[in-house]
Design a binder for this molecule. Structure first.
Ligand SMILES: Nc1ncnc2c1ncn2[C@@H]1O[C@H](COP(=O)(O)OP(=O)(O)OP(=O)(O)O)[C@@H](O)[C@H]1O
Ligand SMILES: [Mg+2]
Length: 438
C-alpha cells in the first residue's frame, strides 16, 4: 500500500533525503529546517522499511525538548499512516508495523536493550558525549541501523569530531553543510537583521556553521582552550582521590584524580543518572584504584528520610570506609568557579577516560537573560552542571588537601669522620643497629 506524506522537502534537503550511506552528518544553520527534515526522513524510513517490527528513534539532547520541538510535527506528518499514537511514551505505531519513538539523551538509559533500524540525533552538539558510544552505537548493531548526526555547531566538541570523521571517510559517510549565506533559506533582510543583533561569534556559529567561534557565556572558555589533554596514566604508587557531585534524583558525577607535586592528574570520570548510592559506590570500587579521600559536597551530611534516616556520607562510608570520606567546605558557586579557574592550568586530563567531563567543562555556561540580552553570572542548569559542580568540589578539596611531596632533594652521604667508610662498614653498622633493637 502506498502512503503519502504531506511534506514538500526544501530543495536544499533533497540530497540528504536521497542519501545512500549508512552514516550522515548534517551541519546546518539555525531555522534551516533540520527538525522537519528529521521527522520526515524517519517517517519515510518507517513506512518503506522491509523488516518486521522495524524501530526508529528521534533523539534530542533532552526528552522534554524532543517533545516540544518534534512531537507535533511527527503526529501531523504521520497523518493517516499512524495506527496508534502513544502520548506518554512519545511513540507512533505505523500501519505497516514500524514504530518511531522520541527520546532524550538526558535519559539515554531508557534506550538500553532496544535495537534500532535508524536513529536521527537532532542538535547533536548539545548531546552528552558518552551517549553515542555507550548506548546508541551498540543499539544499531544487530539491525545494522543507520544514524544521522545533525545540528548547528557549538565549539570543537563531539559534533566537530563527527564532521571530521565524515570528511575523512566519504565512502561511508554522507556529509552536508548549509551556511545561511549560501543556503538561501532565510531572506537576506532577516540575515542582516540577525547580524546586527547578534554578537559576531554568535552569528558565525549559529548562521555560518563555525566550529571555531567561542562558546558564548562559557565559564571556562579561555582556560579549557589551553587545557592539557592527552593520555594521563594511573600511577599506582599514589592514591586516587575522588570528587563528587551527588544528584539525588538526576545525575551524579565523579572525577578521579591524583596529585603529583603541583600537578592534578585527572585520570578518570563518570556520570550516571538515577543510580542509588550502593550502585554509585560499586562503580567506584570496580575501578580498583588505590583510594585516598572521597570528597563530597556539604549537603551529603544531611540526613535523608529514605535509607532509615542515614545521611549520604554514612551510606557511602559503608562501602568506601568512613576514614576516607571528607566533606568539602561550602564555598559560593562564584568562589568555586574562581578556584577552578586558578587550578585549571595545573590540570592534566586523560583524553579518553575524561572525555565527557572535559566536554562538560568546555560547555559549562552562564544562563542567558532573554530580556536583557546578556548572560547572567549564574550557571545554566543542563547536563554540564553536575560534572562542573563535581569539579568545583575538586578545586576546593585540592586547596585543603595535604599536597603529595615532591621527591626529596638528593643529599650526599658522608660516612665516618673523614668520610672514608666503605659500603661494608655501613652495612656492619646497620646490622649492629638492628640487633641492638631486638
Ligand atoms: N519543507 C518545509 N516546508 C515548509 N516549511 C518548512 C519546511 N521545513 C521547515 N520548515 C519551517 O521552517 C521553520 C524551521 O524549521 P525547523 O524547526 O525544522 O528548523 P531547524 O533547522 O530545526 O531550526 P533550529 O535550528 O531552531 O532547531 C519552521 O517554521 C518549519 O515549519
Ligand atoms: Mg531544530
Amino acid at each position: 500500500m502506498d502512503h503519502i506524506i504531506e511534506y514538500c522537502p526544501r530543495p536544499q534537503f533533497l540530497k540528504f533525503h536521497n542519501r545512500t550511506k549508512r552514516w550522515a552528518c548534517l551541519v546546518a544553520h539555525r531555522r534551516a529546517g533540520k527538525t522537519v527534515a528529521a521527522v520526515n526522513d524517519l517517517i519515510k524510513a518507517a513506512l518503506t522499511c522491509k523488516s518486521k517490527f522495524a524501530q526508529f528513534a528521534y533523539i534530542a539532547p533532552y526528552r522534554s525538548q524532543a517533545k516540544s520541538v518534534a512531537w507535533e510535527y511527527f503526529k501531523f506528518f504521520a497523518g493517516t499512516s499512524a495506527r496508534a499514537i502513544n502520548e506518554s511514551e512519545l511513540m507512533i505505531d505505523f500501519v505497516n508495523g514500524s514504530k518511531i519513538r522520541l527520546f532524550g539523551a538526558d535519559n539515554a538509559d531508557a534506550m538500553r536493550g532496544l535495537g534500532f533500524d535508524g536513529v536521527f540525533l537532532d542538535e547533536y552538539a548539545d548531546f552528552k558525549s558518552s551517549v553515542w558510544g555507550s548506548i546508541l552505537r551498540p543499539a544499531l548493531s544487530d539491525k545494522q541501523g543507520w544514524c544521522v548526526f545533525s545540528g548547528t555547531p557549538k565549539g570543537k566538541n563531539g559534533f566537530w569530531e563527527i564532521k571530521q570523521t565524515a570528511l575523512r571517510i566519504p565512502e561511508e559517510w554522507f556529509f552536508m553543510e548549509l551556511k545561511a549565506s549560501d543556503s538561501h533559506i532565510l531572506p537576506k533582510g532577516e540575515l542582516a537583521a540577525a547580524k546586527a543583533q547578534l554578537l559576531p561569534d554568535q552569528y558565525e556559529q549559529e548562521m555560518e556553521c563555525s566550529f571555531e567561534a567561542a562558546i558564548l557565556g562559557a565559564f571556562y572558555g579561555a582556560e579549557m582552550k589551553e587545557a592539557n589533554i592527552g593520555p594521563v596514566p594511573y600511577d599506582n604508587n599514589l592514591p586516587v582521590h575522588t570528587a563528587f557531585d551527588l544528584g539525588y534524583r538526576d545525575d551524579t558525577a565523579c572525577w578521579f584524580y591524583q596529585v603529583i607535586a603541583k600537578e592534578i592528574h585527572l585520570i578518570d570520570f563518570f556520570a550516571v543518572s538515577g543510580e542509588n548510592i550502593d550502585n554509585i559506590c560499586k562503580k567506584v570500587l570496580e575501578k580498583s584504584y588505590r583510594y585516598g579521600k572521597h570528597y563530597l559536597p556539604h549537603d551529603a551530611r544531611a540526613k535523608t528520610l529514605a535509607a532509615a534516616g542515614k545521611s549520604i556520607i554514612e551510606q557511602m562510608a559503608v562501602h568506601l570506609g568512613i576514614n576516607s570520606m571528607e566533606i568539602v567546605p561550602d564555598l559560593s558557586v562564584q568562589d568555586g568557579i574562581q578556584a577552578v579557574r586558578k587550578m585549571l592550568p595545573n590540570c592534566w586530563f586523560d583524553k579518553e577516560k575524561c572525555e565527557e567531563g572535559i566536554e562538560a567543562l568546555r560547555q559549562y555556561q552562564r544562563e542567558y537573560d532573554e530580556d536583557k540580552k546578556s548572560y547572567r553570572q549564574t550557571p545554566r542548569h543542563d547536563w554540564c552542571s553536575h560534572p562542573a559542580d563535581a569539579f568545583r568540589m575538586l578545586a576546593v578539596a585540592w586547596k585543603i588537601e595535604p599536597k603529595a611531596k615532591a621527591p626529596d632533594r638528593e643529599v650526599a652521604l658522608i660516612v665516618g669522620d673523614q668520610n672514608t667508610a666503605t659500603l661494608e662498614d655501613v652495612w656492619a653498622d646497620h646490622n649492629k643497629f638492628k640487633r641492638s633493637r631486638i
